[in-house]
Design a protein around this ligand. Structure first.
Ligand SMILES: [Zn+2]
Ligand SMILES: [Zn+2]
Ligand SMILES: [Zn+2]
Length: 348
């Protein structure tokens, strides 16, 4: 009999319409690869060399105000520029390019250099959420902005150059690859069944129970059935809303709560400031209703078996298909077993 816990199999990701190869029998394989240096556990509250700390000079020459709380600024080395003309270039449909207008901003979560979401108060995370909503609305109102990606790169393992708590917003005209795939999948599901893909998926996960991590009244954190990264999670709203802007005040507070709880569980897993890429997926801002879109957040953390051993996406994964050794159910069980009290204690 086919056993998901023992036999090699592939799992389908209905959001991306892609497969992941799962090899649960390989979990005990010896590791002789690279050991990462553990990140320095404690950062100073203020770092005079940090380009995001209040009052400091940034690499581009601008100086930060003496801000307290959140602080938003245009990225000094933006990947996108608003004035770019959306012109097309094509040579026989094989060598193709398009001008891509857009805006890139940086959002500091706090004046404190040493905090992370896991160690911020719910009130402080709530202020960050207000900024995310305001940015989504402000950027989304621009005629050349249809797609808004809010994302946080946390930790050196994810290439984050600065530990200061911050995220980025990249907003642009044309659908980025991952958003385009998810948008089409959700639309097709909605047209075929008159139902929402993620509403239906969440119902199945809550029934199954084995991949749930934690929840509150408004949000559920799950290791998705099709997870690629060892401790990947998705946070899904229990009510169908298409974007951050549609959350009620209560739901915003509950989103702050679930973000803090998930990141705390992550930190407690290997007693380290857990690295990850996190980001929100929500409806495009092209003026349409997009009832098919269901707001959610993805966490993609690279750590595999300790604070120093990470997963690499190489070899077969680059050339053929993503693959994982342990299965999603084991990962969920380990995250469920972690405390929601941070191992470093209360925020100082
Ligand atoms: Zn700083
Ligand atoms: Zn839904
Ligand atoms: Zn998504």
């Amino acid at each position: 009999m086919f056993d998901l816990k023992k036999h090699p199999h592939r799992r389908y990701n209905p959001l991306l319409r892609e497969w992941v190869l799962v090899s649960p029998h390989r979990t005990a394989r010896p590791w002789q690869g690279r050991i990462e240096e553990p990140a320095i556990a404690v950062q100073p509250r203020y770092d005079p060399t940090c380009y995001l700390c209040p009052g400091n000079e940034r690499a581009g020459g601008a100086r930060n105000p003496h801000y307290s709380g959140t602080f938003v600024f245009e990225n000094d080395f933006a990947a996108l520029r608003p004035e770019t003309a959306p012109e097309k270039f094509s040579n026989a449909d094989l060598i193709v390019a398009e001008g891509e207008p857009g805006i890139c901003r940086v959002i500091c979560f706090s004046q404190r250099h040493d905090l992370t979401i896991a160690r911020m108060s719910l009130k402080e995370i709530g202020k960050v959420l207000e900024v995310w909503v305001a940015q989504y609305l402000e950027l989304g109102a621009l005629s050349f902005i249809n797609w808004i990606q809010i994302f946080e790169n946390r930790g050196e393992l994810m290439g984050a150059s600065n530990p200061h708590p911050h995220c980025q917003v990249w907003a642009n005209l044309n659908p980025p690859n991952e958003l385009s795939k998810e948008s089409i999948s959700q639309m097709n599901y909605y047209v075929e069944r008159k139902q929402c893909l993620l509403c239906d998926y969440l119902t199945l996960e809550i029934d199954a129970g084995e991949r749930l991590v934690c929840a509150n009244e408004s949000f559920q954190a799950v290791v998705p059935f099709w997870a690629i990264w060892p401790f990947e999670t998705i946070i899904v709203g229990k009510r169908h809303v298409t974007g951050l802007d549609e959350l009620t005040a209560v739901e915003r507070a509950q989103l702050a709560d679930i973000l803090k709880r998930v990141t705390t569980r992550y930190d407690n897993l290997f007693q380290t400031s857990f690295p990850y890429t996190m980001g929100f997926h929500q409806r495009p801002t092209d003026g349409e209703a997009h009832a098919e879109w269901h707001l959610h957040a993805h966490f993609y953390p690279p750590l595999l078996r300790s604070a120093t051993v990470r997963k690499f996406m190489v070899g077969y994964e680059l050339l053929a298909s993503p693959q994982r050794d342990s299965n999603a159910e084991e990962a969920a069980q380990r995250l469920r077993g972690r405390s929601e009290k941070h191992y470093l204690g209360k925020k100082s």
